[in-house]
Design a protein around this ligand. Structure first.
Ligand SMILES: Nc1nc2c(ncn2[C@@H]2O[C@H](COP(=O)(O)OP(=O)(O)OP(=O)(O)O)[C@@H](O)[C@H]2O)c(=O)[nH]1
Ligand SMILES: [Mg+2]
Length: 328
């Protein structure tokens, strides 16, 4: 299988082999991923590079036993899903976190204000998402750790600046993601587990719509990327578009909320079980209590059932808002 590797690739590979430090290895591998010819013949090799990068990232993310200090880029997931705000400098990532969650992220009218990720909780009806503001994607000093953080996240909000050139920004972001082995999942596209890239669901956030000329740039952006991605027009300044954002986040995360009730009681609508779309009554039972998975014989269902209180089996696929009564 001829891979037709270029001298540039071979040079980077040599540097990779000789690299002594972790950052040097990542940098060389990053270059190999960037310059490798992209065709069928290199599919295997690219998947292998991506796996190597994953392993390196794991090492990067691992808390250093000696340092003992805080690990700001290693964030424990909380809530119904983790959502990362990414983008270039000054696009309003931190302002967006503040506007949506009230978290006090530092905002500046100069680039690279944010140096470490910052977390807030984003409410939608009766659930909370973990929203994370991140440093600019093109900040070389934090790239290794930032792209490590991207690996396990559930959804990306790509912040674009309508006062600049959002189409160019989007291209630059795509290139950076590509270099680090990522790609954005497009509308209607299913995740390809075998693919050479880590695909991440994403919503484009066209920010600063309050500014002069923003509408025209939004139209251009929509024209260029609207078929492939959901684009939301927002302003952190006057609040435009922010009310609907959390609902779109919920939809993009592909989750359902299910409520349980006892035979005599009422469902508790304040504490949903949040599960991936496609989950079954047996999955819900397990979330309630581990033994319930084995114990469950059937459930009574209100919501997506044909009639209230319909009896359904263990493999019944639940819909958002369903109420179930478990029977062992
Ligand atoms: N007019 C207007 N200005 C905004 C809006 N959102 C953010 N800004 C301004 O844009 C500048 C950059 O905002 P930040 O939130 O710091 O941008 P950032 O993407 O976090 O920047 P880095 O941390 O440097 O990557 C600040 O001066 C904000 O006040 C908006 O919706 N409208
Ligand atoms: Mg910031």
């Amino acid at each position: 299988m001829p891979a037709n590797l270029t001298p540039q690739y071979k040079e980077a590979e040599q540097r990779y082999r000789q690299a002594k430090s972790l950052p040097a290895k990542v940098a060389a591998l990053q270059e190999m991923m960037a310059v490798i010819p992209k065709h069928k013949g290199t599919d295997h090799l690219r998947a292998d590079l991506r796996a190597r990068m994953s392993r390196l990232m794991e090492e990067v993310e691992k808390p250093q036993a000696t340092s003992g200090g805080p690990q700001p880029f290693s964030i424990r997931k909380e809530g119904a899903g983790q959502v990362l705000i990414i983008g270039l400098p000054n696009s309003g990532k931190s302002e967006l976190l503040n506007a949506l969650t009230g978290a006090p992220a530092k905002v500046g009218d100069y680039p690279f204000t944010t140096q470490v990720p910052m977390v807030g909780m984003l409410p939608f009806e009766n659930v909370l998402f973990q929203l994370v503001d991140t440093p600019a994607l093109n900040d070389k000093d934090i790239q290794t750790r930032l792209f490590g953080l991207l690996r396990n996240t559930d959804l990306l909000l790509v912040a674009l600046d309508l006062s600049g050139d959002p189409v160019r920004e989007m291209k630059e972001i795509n290139d950076l993601l590509d270099q680090w082995g990522y790609s954005l999942l497009e509308t209607g596209q299913a995740i390809d587990e075998e693919g050479a890239r880590i695909q991440k669901p994403a919503i484009l956030i066209a920010n600063k719509t309050d500014l002069e000329g923003a509408q025209q740039r939004y139209t251009e952006l929509q024209h260029r990327y609207g078929q492939r991605f959901l684009i939301l027009k927002v302003s952190c300044m006057d609040g435009t578009g922010l009310e609907t954002l959390s609902e779109e986040v919920f939809k993009s995360l592909n989750k359902v909320r299910v409520y349980t009730k006892s035979p005599t009681g009422q469902p508790d609508y304040d504490t949903p079980i949040v599960m991936a779309r496609g989950s079954t009554t047996a999955d819900a039972a397990e979330r309630l209590h581990r033994e319930w998975r084995e114990k469950l014989k059937y459930a009574l269902l209100w919501g997506s059932a044909k009639f209230d209180g319909q009896r359904v089996g263990r493999d019944y696929v639940l819909s958002d808002g369903d109420v179930i009564e478990l029977h062992g």
